[in-house]
Design a protein. Structure first.
Length: 406
């Protein structure tokens, strides 16, 4: 199933988005609704809250007085943490039970107000953030919900900041306009990305890619996007020893195809085969079961350059995953090439010139294979001697985090 994490700051309009996703066919798991269920009268959750906060947080009918409890926890962060320690585990248990009933091919949306604060983003195939400016959210809370400005600001301060939420988002849904505006955004997202992603995931296939090589200007958001993908990969299996952002999108100021390349480190090719299913479930199905890199100096034995190759099922984010044995020539070359380019502006300019020339030559191709093959002689004849000399003179070693599980 496709697992979507939905979040947004208070008064951002998250409930509106989740309701439309459910109408479109999503299975909705609402953390707020579950949080209310786990403290209904007679539940262990309510008993634990009373034990922590006292009988004064109950109303005359023995139900939780949310306004009274809210006034306490939003004013005192330590008390809020105590409440979260009671509520969150129970909500997650109920959410897991609901998730277990979903069918293959379902799109499951988990509406979690504190998704960013609780570090759950890597548990999902995509994180959707509903966004509106702080000023607009304060307006909604004061004019629609009747809060004071002070209460509104206090509620916002108890959550992650807007910048932190946006950094965690694979998709940002702007809800600063009308209901019709955000509804159209949700519907387009469903048709163009979520539904195709779910179909690809269920079929165990990557998203299709067509067209020749098109180089995009350097994008400062590529490393941020890569980190979100890497976090999902690292969670996929304990046999993953580390993972890195490699390739052109990992090098600042370097034009590149808008495809993020990632390297996953394993102990052996047998381990690579064992984790193939887990990577597929994480959204990266196997593309080539017995791929290999073109051998390069100093080790030209083709058998040493074997790898496994996976691609993203998400039509909205092209990504390649190269699964290589830790310490192998291909693993080392990928990291050295990246670090050499990062350290040498002249190398970036030289590589850019070569790529632009070949991209123009292959602009009419239907695929990028010929472009990729045309680059190979440059890697061996031009890049390798310069890389090797730089590594020797600088004392370069592979990043330490690549040699152990993060």
């Amino acid at each position: 199933m496709l697992k979507i994490g939905l979040t947004g700051g208070i008064a951002s309009g998250k409930s509106l988005v989740s309701a439309r996703l459910r109408e479109l066919g999503a299975v909705l798991i609402d953390a707020d609704a579950l949080a209310r269920e786990v403290v209904e009268p007679g539940t262990p959750g309510l008993a634990a809250v009373v034990a922590e906060f006292g009988e004064g947080i109950l109303d005359g009918d023995g139900r939780l007085d949310r306004a009274r409890l809210g006034a306490i926890v939003f004013a005192e962060p330590d008390r809020r943490e105590a409440l979260n320690a009671i509520i969150h585990p129970r909500v997650r248990e109920k959410a897991a039970a609901m998730l277990a009933t979903a069918e293959p091919g379902d799109i499951v949306v988990q509406d979690i107000p504190l998704l960013v604060e609780t570090g759950q983003g890597s548990s999902f195939h995509l994180v959707l953030v509903v966004d509106a400016s702080d000023e607009e959210r304060i307006r909604r809370m004061t004019e629609i919900r009747g809060m004071t400005v002070e209460d509104a600001v206090s509620r916002m301060a108890a959550q992650a900041g807007r910048d932190e939420r946006l950094a965690a988002a694979d998709v940002v849904l702007d809800n600063s306009g009308s209901v019709e505006d955000v509804t159209k955004l949700v519907e387009a997202l469903w048709e163009e990305r979520l539904a195709p992603f779910a179909r690809n995931l269920a079929a165990g296939r990557p998203a299709p890619r067509d067209g020749g090589p098109v180089l995009s200007p350097p994008n400062p958001d590529w490393p941020v996007q890569a980190e979100r993908l890497l976090a999902r990969l690292r969670r996929a299996s304990p046999e993953i020893l580390g993972a890195d952002h490699i390739g052109s999108t990992s090098v600042p100021r370097l034009p590149a195809k808008d495809v993020i390349d990632l390297q996953v480190n394993v102990s052996s090719l047998e381990a690579a085969d064992r984790i193939a299913t887990a990577l597929g479930e994480a959204g990266f199905p196997l593309q080539e079961a017995s791929a290999r890199d073109t051998p390069k100096p100093p080790d030209l034995d083709p058998s040493a350059w074997q790898k496994r190759f996976h691609c993203n099922s998400d039509p909205g984010r092209a990504a390649n995953v190269h699964v290589r044995v830790l310490g192998s020539p291909g693993w080392r070359y990928a990291l050295l090439f990246r670090d050499w380019l990062r350290a040498n502006p002249d190398a970036v300019r030289m590589y850019t010139d070569m790529k632009q020339e070949l991209a123009a030559l292959h602009a009419g191709d239907h695929r990028t294979l010929a472009y990729a093959e045309a680059k190979e002689p440059w890697f061996t004849e031009v890049a390798w001697p310069l890389m090797d000399a730089w590594a020797r003179s600088s004392g370069w070693q592979p990043p330490s985090h690549s040699a152990a599980r993060d």
